[in-house]
Design a protein around this ligand. Structure first.
Ligand code: DAH
Length: 338
């Protein structure tokens, strides 16, 4: 029996030493120490051993049982530690790797350009005014000397919200909203969104305008001209020719459209200026007495000038952007250039 115990012990220890899998280790535990295991079998067999041999044999059997249990426990610890090690290296975070930087955003080109224009006029003493995008027909048209049957209304393809209420087709209604609140002298600029039923490469149903209004005693067309020439030189840089072309707007008299020599071809003629050498950049004029009447301003005492321009158009001319749609499609590849 002693020899059998020794063989069992060395066989078991060898076997356990060679195991590298926790499941097989558990099978091995059952095989030796389980209820029907080999060591358990030997311990049961002690009953048949003679009384004088039994204590020594019992001791030996218990020692073997303990040795195998210790070997199983030690192996279990080693295998578990190895498994843990393997898992943690597999899932490890490399703290030395650089992090992912958040991508900082920046203002869209349109507000950038609008801010720039505002700054130029602020230096001249103009203040910024704003008005609602949803406007009454009164402010959008009637107060600006454009009654319902006036042919000039046709040029503004208007979104109606409900009878008498529109999405403003220009920023000019803010002129009246300002004049209703303050007495001259008035010098305001109005950046803002406007809306028209219009959609092609140079028109968007929503776009940005920039309005200006100056009213005081003795304001002349020369003041208008000087102010706008200064603005155009600041915005487009020196060296552009500027011309004032007679035009019609219901709310100004006389009225003019202003062109600058083409920013692309310097006046030689190209696709951008449709081979005319000139680019139309804004509308302007001297405030119509009818408009002053609506504002309850004394039109004998005061005079003023007003102007309006497309912010999108100014941005497109500066950056040679071919379609206004690019500005509103939110393609980052396009927007990130500015
Ligand atoms: N409101 C005009 C438009 O949208 C632009 C304009 C022209 C504004 C002349 C003015 C002005 O203030 O005096 O077409």
């Amino acid at each position: 029996m002693k020899a059998a115990l020794e063989a069992l012990e060395s066989g078991a220890l060898d076997e356990i030493a060679g195991i590298d899998d926790l499941k097989i280790l558990e099978e091995s535990r059952v095989k030796y120490l389980g209820r029907n295991g080999q060591v358990t079998g030997i311990l049961r067999g002690l009953a048949t051993v003679s009384a004088e041999e039994r204590p020594a044999m019992g001791q030996a059997a218990n020692r073997v049982k303990q040795a195998i249990a210790d070997a199983l426990d030690a192996k279990k610890d080693t295998l578990e530690a190895a498994a843990f090690e393997k898992q943690t290296t597999a899932e490890a975070v490399d703290l030395s790797l650089p992090g992912r930087r958040p991508r900082p955003g920046h203002a869209h080109l349109i507000p950038q350009v609008a801010d720039e224009i505002v700054d130029i006029f602020r230096e001249l003493g103009f203040q910024v005014a704003t008005g609602p995008d949803i406007e009454t027909e009164y402010y959008n048209f009637d107060a600006l000397n454009t009654p319902a049957d006036h042919p000039a209304r046709d040029s503004h393809d208007t979104f109606f919200v409900k009878p008498g209420v529109v999405l403003r087709t220009h920023t000019s209604p803010v002129q009246m909203r300002v004049m209703e609140k303050v007495q001259p002298p008035v010098a305001v600029v109005v950046p803002g969104r406007v809306y028209r039923v219009d959609y092609d490469a140079s028109h968007s149903p929503m776009f940005y305008q920039f309005e200006g209004l100056l009213v005081d005693e003795g304001v002349s067309f020369a003041d208008l001209k000087g102010t706008l020439m200064h603005f155009l030189e600041r915005y487009f840089g020196p060296g552009h020719k500027v011309r004032f072309r007679p035009h019609f707007f219901p709310f100004t008299e006389p009225s003019a459209e202003v062109d600058i020599s083409c920013t692309m071809c310097k006046g030689a003629g190209c696709r951008v200026c449709k081979h005319s050498g000139w680019l139309e950049v804004l509308g302007c004029g001297m405030v119509h007495p009818e408009v002053f009447k609506h504002a309850n301003y004394d039109y004998e005492k005061y005079s003023g000038f007003a102007f309006g321009m497309g912010v999108d158009r100014l941005a497109m001319l500066r950056h040679a952007i071919s379609s206004i749609g690019h500005l509103y499609e939110n393609d980052l590849r396009f927007l990130e250039q500015f």
